[in-house]
Design a protein around this ligand. Structure first.
Ligand code: PLP
Length: 366
C-alpha cells in the first residue's frame, strides 16, 4: 500500500489530470481504429488529430510535425537510430545513452562543455556530416539544469549537422517553440505532464527525414506503424491542453522551491543544492544533506508521508548510482542527493510541509 500523502516525484511520473481521466474514459467506449473509414473510425481519427493539435500547440510546432510514439524512450530511439554517429552529453537519459556515440562532459553544475563540443564537431569529416546528429537534453531529469540549447543548435547549424533535443522534462514547464528553435527533432512524453505513461511524440522539423523504426501498416504517415494508442493519445492531448493553460503554475513554483531551498540552507549546515547557480526547471530540487545517505532520506521521507526519489528510478526499483551526479563530479553529494520534483497538483503548502519534514529529519541525523 502506498502510504505517501504528498507526492513530490513528478519527474519520475505525474498524477493523471482530471481532464485526462475524462478524455480517456470517453475514448474507452466504442471500437476505435482511426484508420477505419466508417463512423467509429472517423470519430477515433478526430480524437487523434485533436490531440495532435493540442500537443503541437504546447510544443510550438505544426500538428503535421508531431509523430506519436510509445513514449520519450521510443522518440529518442526513433530520432537517433537513423544516424551512425551520435554526439550527446554525459548527463542524458538512458534512452539516449543506450544509443552510444561520443558523450561530451559537463561542469560542476551539469552544463555541457561547449568548447569540448566544438572540438568534437570540428573533427567530424565532411563526408560523415549527413550521418551525424547532436543530441542534448533541454533539461535534466535529476537536477532540472537547463542546457544552452540555442548555442548548441547554432553550432550544429553552422556545421551542417542535425540536432535533436530530449524535451521530456521541459514540456509544460517552460515555453517551448520547436518551430523557432532550429532543432531537427525533439522528444516528448505524456506522463510527465499529467498524461498517461506509454505515449509520447517525436517532433520532426519540416524537411528533415525520418527513417521509421517500427514498420507495418504505415500509420503516422509511414513514420511509426502500429494501430494508434487511442486512449493514450486522447490522454496526452487532454494533458497538453491543460498544461498549456497552466504554464504559469511553474512560475509560482520556482518561488516555492527557492523558498524551501533558502530555508534549508539557512537553518542547517551541510545542505547543498546541486545546480542552484544556473538556470533550472522551476519544479526540481536536487538537494544533499551531508552525512545522510540518499536512500535513508528517501525512506525517512516515505515514512513521513512524502514521496521523493534518489538518483534515477531504475526498473528494478533499486536506486543505482547516478551517472548525472558522477559526471558533475558531485563527490560525496552524489550518494546523498535526493530529488524533489513538483507537478501540476502541488501547491505552496506542499513545499512548506516538505521543509518542515526535511528540517525534522535532518536534525535527527545530525
Ligand atoms: N527522457 C527523459 C529526460 C526522461 O526523464 C524520461 C523519463 O524518465 C524519458 C526520456 C523517457 O520517457 P518515457 O518514460 O516516456 O519513455
Amino acid at each position: 500500500m502506498n502510504n505517501s500523502a504528498l507526492y513530490l516525484d513528478n519527474n519520475a511520473t505525474s498524477p493523471l489530470r482530471p481532464a485526462v481521466i475524462q478524455a480517456m474514459t470517453a475514448a474507452m467506449g466504442p471500437p476505435a481504429n482511426p484508420s477505419s473509414v466508417h463512423g467509429f473510425g472517423r470519430e477515433a481519427r478526430m480524437i487523434v488529430e485533436t490531440a495532435r493539435t493540442n500537443v503541437a500547440a504546447l510544443a510550438g510546432c505544426r500538428a503535421a510535425d508531431v509523430v506519436f510514439t510509445s513514449g520519450g524512450t521510443e522518440a529518442n530511439n526513433l530520432a537517433l537510430r537513423q544516424f551512425s554517429q551520435v554526439i550527446s552529453s554525459a548527463v542524458e537519459h538512458d534512452s539516449v545513452r543506450s544509443v552510444g556515440g561520443q558523450q561530451i562532459g559537463v561542469d560542476a553544475n551539469g552544463i555541457i562543455d561547449l568548447d569540448a563540443l566544438a572540438l568534437v564537431i570540428a573533427a567530424v569529416d565532411e563526408a560523415d556530416k549527413a550521418r551525424t546528429i547532436i543530441s542534448v537534453m533541454a533539461a535534466n531529469n535529476e537536477t532540472g539544469v537547463i542546457q544552452p540549447i540555442e548555442e548548441i543548435v547554432e553550432m550544429a547549424r553552422a556545421a551542417n549537422i542535425a540536432c535533436h533535443s530530449d524535451m521530456v522534462q521541459v514540456l509544460g514547464k517552460t515555453h517551448i517553440d520547436f518551430a523557432a528553435s532550429g532543432l531537427s527533432y525533439a522528444s516528448l512524453s505524456a506522463h510527465k505532464i499529467g498524461g498517461p505513461a506509454g505515449v509520447g511524440a517525436l517532433l520532426v522539423r519540416p524537411g528533415c527525414g525520418l527513417a521509421s523504426l517500427i514498420k507495418g501498416g504505415g500509420q503516422e504517415q509511414g513514420r511509426r506503424s502500429g494501430t494508434e494508442n487511442l486512449l493514450g493519445i486522447a490522454g496526452f492531448g487532454a494533458a497538453a491542453s491543460d498544461a498549456f493553460a497552466d504554464i504559469g503554475h511553474y512560475v509560482k513554483m520556482a518561488g516555492w522551491r527557492n523558498a524551501f531551498e533558502d530555508r534549508m540552507m539557512a537553518e542547517r549546515d551541510g545542505v547543498k543544492v546541486l545546480g542552484r547557480d544556473v538556470p533550472r526547471l522551476a519544479n526540481t530540487c536536487c538537494i544533499a544533506a551531508a552525512g545522510k545517505s540518499a536512500e535513508t532520506m528517501v525512506m525517512a521521507f516515505d515514512i513521513a508521508g512524502i514521496a521523493v526519489s534518489a538518483g534515477a528510478a531504475c526498473s528494478s526499483g533499486k536506486v543505482k548510482s547516478s551517472h548525472v551526479l558522477e559526471a558533475m563530479g558531485a563527490g560525496a553529494a552524489a550518494g546523498e542527493a535526493i530529488r524533489i520534483s513538483g507537478g501540476w497538483a502541488n501547491s505552496a503548502k506542499d513545499f512548506e510541509m516538505l521543509a518542515d519534514v526535511f528540517l525534522r529529519l535532518y536534525k535527527q541525523s545530525a
